[in-house]
Design a binder for this molecule. Structure first.
Ligand SMILES: [Zn+2]
Ligand SMILES: [Zn+2]
Length: 188
């Protein structure tokens, strides 16, 4: 791994979803063109066997870290994001079986008027269950809201996945580089 890694975190978050038999690890972007450009410029040149996916847990948050050597060594980027612990993350950690697909997606908010009656709100009830607020007993959702996730077809296969605690990052070069550059150096 080169010493000067460019770290990138200008994306919305990360989704963990089952598609195509494997778990998918999916950075989410709001802008489709920007995501496509980043994929083509950088991720496209990664070799599957070299991709390293790291999770560094720290209290109620974790660092998402993904990096690889590239066939264009002077032109590379690695990705990270500090994210809150979530049920999706926990499910991925338990269920990934050592492999995952890496792909991008766009993520956009949809309003009530843009979707059909059977569309599901973030509260898990359908649009038809809402009259402004959700009408299901015991649900305190006040406004129908849903999101659309559009997965890109292009993907990479990850087989090097590690879950670390912050005290262990010194033993892992890529996790250490990420936290050093994006956390310790700035707070020193
Ligand atoms: Zn709702
Ligand atoms: Zn509801």
């Amino acid at each position: 791994m080169s010493s000067t890694i460019t770290w990138y975190d200008d994306f919305l978050g990360v989704a963990y979803r089952y598609f195509d038999l494997r778990m998918n690890v999916v950075p989410l972007f709001s802008d489709r063109k920007k995501a496509t450009d980043i994929w083509n410029e950088y991720v496209h040149w990664w070799s599957d066997h070299d991709i390293k996916l790291r999770f560094v847990e720290t209290g109620d948050h974790y660092w998402f870290i993904i990096a690889s050597e590239t066939r264009r060594p002077d032109h590379n980027m690695a990705f990270f994001k500090m994210l809150p612990m979530s049920a999706h993350y926990a499910r991925f950690k338990k269920g990934h079986l050592g492999e995952a697909y890496f792909r991008f997606a766009t993520y956009s908010q949809k309003e009530e008027k843009d979707v059909k009656g059977d569309a599901v709100c973030n509260c898990s009830h359908t649009k038809e269950d809402h009259e402004g607020a959700c009408q299901i007993d015991g649900c305190n959702c006040e406004q129908f809201q849903t999101f659309e996730l559009r997965l890109f077809k292009k993907k990479k296969t990850i087989t090097d996945i590690k879950f670390l605690e912050e005290k262990d990052v010194k033993d892992d070069s890529i996790a250490w580089n990420c936290l050093y550059v994006n956390k310790y150096k700035n707070s020193a």
